[in-house]
Design a binder for this molecule. Structure first.
Ligand code: NDP
Ligand code: MG
Length: 379
């Protein structure tokens, strides 16, 4: 039995992870979960999985809630979360908190040398220069959960190193607005942006998919995770979301990973760590499908150019790019700005800063803070 800590248990990735665990009960023990404020869902998880520890981030929760008499130890202090993550009995930490809020716990998991399953791409984008060398030092194994990165991870299995890679193609569903021009985007509403055609996800990543900022974050994530220059990473729209990414090698072979769009597939792969865990899945019906590819929709070049600049220079630029986007997305969700303004907030904030070297994790928190202040001014 492997002991697991599931961070972001009440979210979309959390729920898909629990589905995988449910189908593989004999292999894993859910030792601890973390969430922000969704106590009702957390209570259901406790009743089914009986985790020893439950960390709740929100300080304004109802202290009369039945979760407090559920039998699990309820923790609300961040230092306790560190102890839970770094507990020597814990083998695997799943980082699935949304946004930059997930960085601190990803850092603790890697610092303690845990097998760290990364769904929280914002950790890698903001702090890749700190987390990747730290993992090498502590022997923490970082396994990608993001479907594209897990696909690449699977396409690399059995290869000696990444030097034989010619190119990687990251696929994008294109989101709900793939057929819209930048001008059309001026009229889209929050409801339109929250309707993703192929994936069911949390609100922040759903907006990122609509702007295509998600794909920009994934480009940076791939650069760090696979130690590749941006010039070897291509992005294309693949509206069916069946091929999750592919790798072309210098001998002319291209290897792809395919499945119906369900996050349970990459999660099962990551949790299996070399073993193929059994899960229920919908079989691909090749006779009934056509797989198509298109360039990224016109007009979105500026955000991709910024992402490529982050990949080239690294350092503080990832934290700045990510923070600008998080502030802009939150302002859009709060009805303070329109959809199209997200691009302007990101671009103007990003262009305000130059690249600095990151030395410690505190530097990342500092650049994140500075970029949020600047983004607020732009908003
Ligand atoms: P959700 O919004 O659905 O869930 C977020 C989870 O994080 C919830 O459990 C939430 O708790 C918890 N949370 C938020 N803030 C904190 C905090 N400060 N401390 C502890 N827990 C917190 O997001 P998703 O599951 O969609 O996404 C999670 C991450 O995975 C993101 O980084 C996203 O980019 C990435 N990802 C998601 C995919 C998907 O299909 N959903 C695909 C690929 C990557 P509460 O419920 O109480 O608010
Ligand atoms: Mg993805």
């Amino acid at each position: 039995m492997k002991n697991i800590v599931l961070l972001g248990a009440t979210g979309s990735i959390g729920s898909s992870t629990l589905n995988v665990l449910r189908q593989n009960k004999e292999a894993f023990t859910l030792n601890a979960i973390a969430l922000n404020q969704n106590l009702d869902v957390a209570l259901e998880i406790i009743q089914e999985f009986n985790p020893e520890h439950v960390f709740i981030s929100d300080k304004n929760i109802n202290t009369e809630h039945p979760i407090f008499s559920s039998g699990s130890k309820i923790l609300t202090c961040l230092e306790d979360l560190k102890v839970v993550i770094q507990n020597p009995a814990v083998e695997i930490v799943i980082s699935a908190i949304s946004g930059f809020a997930g960085l601190q716990s990803s850092y603790w998991a890697i610092e303690a040398g845990k097998i760290t399953l990364i769904a929280n791409k914002e950790s890698i984008v903001s702090a890749g220069d700190i987390l990747i060398p730290l993992a090498a030092q502590t022997k923490a194994k970082i396994i990608p959960v993001d479907s594209e990165h897990n696909a690449i991870y699977q396409c690399l299995l059995g290869e000696k190193d990444t030097s034989a890679i010619s190119t990687i193609l990251i696929t994008a569903s294109g989101g709900p607005f793939r057929k819209l021009s930048m001008r059309d985007l001026e009229a889209v509403s929050l409801q339109d942006a929250l309707q993703h055609p192929t994936w069911q996800m949390g609100a922040k990543i759903t907006i990122d998919s609509a702007t295509l900022m998600n794909k920009c974050l994934e480009l940076i994530e791939a650069c760090y995770l696979f130690n590749l220059p941006e010039s070897k990473i291509e992005v294309a729209t693949h509206p069916q979301s069946i091929i999750h990414s592919m790798v072309t090698y210098q001998d002319g072979s291209t290897i792809a990973q395919l499945s119906n769009p369900s996050m349970e597939v990459p999660i099962a792969n990551a949790l299996g760590m070399g073993d193929r865990l059994p899960i229920k899945f919908t079989v691909l019906d090749f006779s009934a499908m056509s797989l198509t590819f298109e360039p990224i929709p016109a007009g979105r070049e500026a955000i991709f150019e910024m992402a490529r600049e982050v990949c080239r220079q690294k350092g503080s630029l990832g934290a700045i790019f990510n923070a600008a986007n998080e502030k802009a997305v939150q302002a859009f969700l709060d009805n303070e700005i329109s959809f199209i303004n997200i691009y302007e907030v990101v671009e103007r904030t990003f262009n305000h800063f130059s690249c600095s070297k990151l030395t410690t994790i505190e530097d990342v928190f500092d650049y994140d803070r500075q970029a949020r202040i600047q983004a607020e001014k732009v908003i």
